[in-house]
Design a protein around this ligand. Sequence first.
Ligand SMILES: Cc1cc2nc3c(=O)[nH]c(=O)nc-3n(C[C@H](O)[C@H](O)[C@H](O)COP(=O)(O)OP(=O)(O)OC[C@H]3O[C@@H](n4cnc5c(N)ncnc54)[C@H](O)[C@@H]3O)c2cc1C
Length: 454
Amino acid sequence: MIKDLEAKLGSRIITPDHEAYDEKRKVWNGAIDRKPYAIVVCDTEEDVAAAVKLATEKNLNIAIRGGGHHVAGTAVCDDGLMIDLSEMRKVEVDPEKKIAFVEGGATLADIDKATQNFELATPTGTVSETGVAGLALSGGMGYLRGKYGLTCDNIVGAHVVTSKGELLEVSETQHSDLFWAIRGGGGNFGIVTKFMFQLHKVGPAVLALDVMYDYKDAKAILLQAQEYLKQAPDEVSFNITAAELPPVPFLPEALHHKKVVMLTGMYAGEPEQGEKVIEQLRQMAEPLADHTGIIPYVELQSKLDAMVPDSVPVYGTSLYFKELDEKTIDAVLGKIDSAPAPTALVQLWALGGQMNKIPVDATPFAVRDASFILLVDMMAMGVDEKICEKWVESLYQGLLPYSHNKASYLNGIGLSENVTKTAYAVNYDRLVAVKKNYDPGNVFRFNHNIDPTK
Ligand SMILES: Cc1cc2nc3c(=O)[nH]c(=O)nc-3n(C[C@H](O)[C@H](O)[C@H](O)COP(=O)(O)OP(=O)(O)OC[C@H]3O[C@@H](n4cnc5c(N)ncnc54)[C@H](O)[C@@H]3O)c2cc1C
C-alpha cells in the first residue's frame, strides 16, 4: 500500500521507518502520542485531493493537520493517514478588495505578517503559532472579535477537498450550503486548502491593554469586568487570565510564584481615543504592573506565545457564562483554588460586540449571547497527568450548572458527542443535512463529529 501512496504522491510520504516520522506526528499537546500508518506532507491542493482519494480507496482513517494546536490532538490519529497541510502556508493579499488568500496550513503569524504590510487584518486568535484552519473552522476568537466578529464570520470563500477527493470552490454563491457549514462546523465537511478572509483596517500600531493585579482582588475585578462589559464599545475586546507566575529570569523575583490576574486586550480604533475608554480596566484594583501602551499589532498578536509552550501535556476544557454573578464567580474561583499544581491557566474572555450581533443561524456557530467564555488549560508539569485530567473534568462538571446552556467552545475542549450537539444547538440538524450531502460515509470523523446517520 505504501508503494501506491508513493506512486501517487511522490516522495513526501512519511512512514514509521522514516527519520522525520516522530517529529512530523507530534502535535502541540504533549499528552498526545498517536502513531499514524503514514503521514502525507502536502504541498498542493492536488496532493490533498490524491491523499483523500487514496485513504478512502484503502479504507484508512483520516486525520487533518492544520497547525496541530487542538487540545484533543485530532491532527493525528492512530493507524490512519495523517494529511498534513503544515507546509502549505502561503498568504496573498488583495489590498483593493481587502481579501487575504490563505493556504490551509498557515499560522496566525503568517496571516498577520502578510496583511499588516497593508495595515490590514482579519480577526484571528491571540497566540501567533496557532494554525488558522482549525481555529477558523470552529470559531476563532481574538482581540478583534468585538469590532469585526469571529474568524469564521470573516470567511468569504474557500477551496475545499471533499470526501470524494473533488476540489470545490465555495462562497455565498457557489455550494452555498457547504460555505455555510464550514463557517463554524469544523473539519467535518472536507479539507480546506485555501481560505479567503475579509480584511479590515487595523494598525500598524494599536492600543494594547496589559495590566496585572494581585489574585486576592480576583472577585472584585470579575464583578467590575461584568459591569464594564455591559457598556463597552465594540472596539474593546479583553481577556482575564488567572495564573501563578513561574520563577523565570525575565520576571522580577517579587513576582515569582505570585498568583495574579492579568487583563490583556485591545482597543480596535484610534489608539489615542481608546485610552480613556479602557481606563477603568486599568483601575480595578492596585495594579502589580501595567504595561498598557501603543504597540505594533503584530507584537500584540505574539505577546502571549511564551505562556503556552509546545509539547507539554495539557488537559483543557471550556464553558460559556451568560453573566458573571457572585455565585458563578465564587464557583470559578473555588475551582481555581483547588488546582493540583501551579501550572493551571484559567481564562475568562469577555464576549460582545460584533461577534454577538451575528444571527444564530447565519453560521453554524450558535453561541451568540454569552458574556464570558471560560478557557482552562492545565499543564501537567511536575504533576501526574491523571491528576490534571481528573481536576479538569471536576472543574467542568462543577461549573456546568452555572454555565450558559451547558455550551462549550469546540476549539478548547476534548471530543464528546454531547459537547458537539450542545455547541451547535439549533444549527445541529442543518449541519447533519449538509454532512449527508458532502460526506455521507463520515470520512472526516476525527473531530467534533457531526454524524450523518444521526
Ligand atoms: C496555544 C494555543 C492558543 C490558542 N489561542 C486561541 C485563541 O486565541 N483563540 C481561539 O479561538 N482559539 C485558540 N486556540 C484554540 C485553537 O482555535 C484550536 O486549537 C484550533 O484547533 C487550532 O487550529 P489548528 O489548525 O492549529 O489545529 P489542528 O490541531 O491542526 O486541527 C484541529 C482540527 O481542525 C480540523 N482541521 C485542521 N486543519 C484543517 C483543514 N485545513 N481543513 C479542514 N479541517 C481542518 C481538523 O478536524 C483537525 O482535527 C488556541 C490553542 C492553543 C493550543
